[in-house]
Design a protein around this ligand. Structure first.
Ligand SMILES: Cc1cc2nc3c(=O)[nH]c(=O)nc-3n(C[C@H](O)[C@H](O)[C@H](O)COP(=O)(O)OP(=O)(O)OC[C@H]3O[C@@H](n4cnc5c(N)ncnc54)[C@H](O)[C@@H]3O)c2cc1C
Length: 437
């Protein structure tokens, strides 16, 4: 299906474009034809996922490929737990696709609206010091490269490309399928509670290491953090989920409905923000429950926001959070959105934000109707001083020159790009900035 002139916008409403053409291929061969046709007419072409990147990484000014019709299960190896999914599969569909095989994703981020390809291409991650991001769970993939050819990549096939292609920023080609190493389905026991920020920072390193999945949210202008500690359990231990009504009150009414309304008030009358945040703090009642992993990893986010996230050596997290706190106090800004802090294991994916080091993440947010400029710029300066690496799908101002210093394999990645897309068929302005032309 081809469409012209339609406006594309990302979820955060921070990026938009009117592509020359939008195509919805229904087969791998149709993706190849689209790439060849774009090449013949000298146009750029990009696959777009669900537009959940805050940065301009998914902007497709030439041909926009929407892979919604290239979704679902391609194959399952029940011996190894390896599952191949078509590239346009949304994360929220995966649970149902894996259920008949008793499998699950090893770890997930906060939401599940993204496509598997978009999520892995930007380094989407959850939390847990013994767990890597989504790209580390990818064990094979198939790309349509700049000349329209098909390339299978895994640890054993075209293995020299594997560390680049698992997290390729959409710069190496169009993914048509990915193979994931899944794990047996599991439950998570969740404990959520408000704790003094100072104590959480003092123990962050240790708690990140001892818990399976530890994270916290700190609401600026308060002294409290909401901690979340999730422990992996065998399904035989049994579910003890939240009652549907209390889940709805906490997760829909307070986290989305009331929070959205309060953010709107805060944007118009910023002086109310500290009071609003203290109000939010009061609702952080202790909750303890056990449920399927996907129901605990993932939340619904109905209030739109802008986000920047930086990956730091894990030991730097407490100092960096304290500096952000002092910055907010000094500046007089009123920040309604919490700061989220997570962790991940070191990995060997070339452009992974956790490449080669145990990592902690600090994410800052602003309501989408507020200008994040000054706040994000000042936080970015703190993160850079701690040797931080920006999330590829979130807002930042780094360019190729500064990112080369942050990634030991940056030039190796560029060499793969030169080989697979010498004409920059898959380029856009964001990639020009972060990788160079
Ligand atoms: C509410 C919200 C919550 C979030 N939570 C988290 C979180 O917990 N952790 C985290 O790390 N991130 C998080 N993110 C960021 C998000 O996971 C990433 O930006 C992710 O890339 C979005 O996936 P997408 O399918 O929307 O991809 P898009 O944003 O549409 O595209 C991202 C990139 O993938 C490329 N791409 C998409 N499909 C293909 C394909 N078939 N072949 C080649 N390239 C392709 C695009 O060209 C682009 O370069 C969140 C974002 C939002 C809006």
């Amino acid at each position: 299906m081809t469409n012209t002139g339609a406006l594309w916008r990302n979820w955060a409403r921070s990026e938009s474009v009117r592509p020359i053409r939008i195509e919805r291929p229904t087969s791998v061969a149709a993706v190849q034809r689209a790439v060849i046709a774009a090449a013949k007419s000298g146009m750029s072409i990009k696959a777009v996922g669900s537009g959940h990147s805050f940065s301009g990484i998914a902007v497709a000014p030439g041909v926009l490929l929407d892979l919604a019709d290239l979704a679902g299960l391609v194959g399952v190896d029940t011996n190894t737990g390896r599952v191949t999914l078509a590239a346009g599969t949304r994360l929220h569909r995966i649970r149902g696709l894996l259920a008949p095989y008793g499998l699950a994703l090893a770890n997930m981020g906060d939401v599940d609206r993204q496509t598997i390809s978009g999520a892995t291409s930007t380094g989407t991650h959850g939390t847990g010091s013994a767990f890597g991001g989504l790209a580390t769970q990818i064990v094979g993939l198939t790309l349509v490269t700049g000349d329209g050819g098909l390339l299978h990549v895994s640890e054993t096939e075209n293995a020299e490309i594997f560390p680049a292609a698992r997290l390729g920023l959409g710069a190496l080609g169009i993914l048509v399928d990915v193979t994931i190493q899944c794990v047996p389905a599991f439950l998570l026991h969740a404990v959520e509670q408000a704790e003094p920020l100072a104590e959480v920072l003092d123990t962050f390193d240790e708690r990140s290491r001892t818990a399976d999945h530890f994270e916290f949210y700190w609401f600026p202008h308060t002294e409290k953090a909401l901690t979340k500690t999730n422990t992996r359990l065998d399904p035989a231990s049994g579910r003890a989920p939240l009652a549907p009504v209390s889940r709805w009150i906490d997760d829909e009414l307070l986290a989305n409905g009331a929070f959205g309304a309060l953010c709107t008030v805060g944007a118009v009358v910023p002086q109310t923000v500290p009071t609003i945040n203290r109000f939010a703090e009061r609702f952080m009642a202790r909750r303890e429950y056990t449920d399927a992993s996907t129901r605990i990893f993932v939340s619904r986010r109905a209030v739109r926001f802008h986000e920047m996230e930086y990956a730091l050596p894990i030991a730097a997290i407490p100092a960096a959070v304290r500096e952000v706190r002092e910055l907010i106090q000094r500046s007089g800004w009123r920040i309604s959105f919490p700061i989220e802090v997570r962790s991940a294991a070191a990995d060997d994916v070339w452009l992974s934000t956790a490449h080669g080091r145990e990592t902690g993440y600090i994410a800052v947010h602003r309501f989408y109707r507020e200008n994040p400029g000054e706040y994000f710029a000042a936080v970015e300066a703190i993160m850079r001083a701690h040797d931080g690496r920006p999330h590829w799908g979130k807002m930042h101002t780094r360019d190729a020159e500064s990112l080369r210093e942050a990634y030991p394999h940056f030039d190796d990645f560029l060499a793969v790009r030169d080989r697979l897309d010498p004409e920059r068929r898959f380029g856009n302005r964001y990639l020009d900035r972060v990788l160079g032309r």
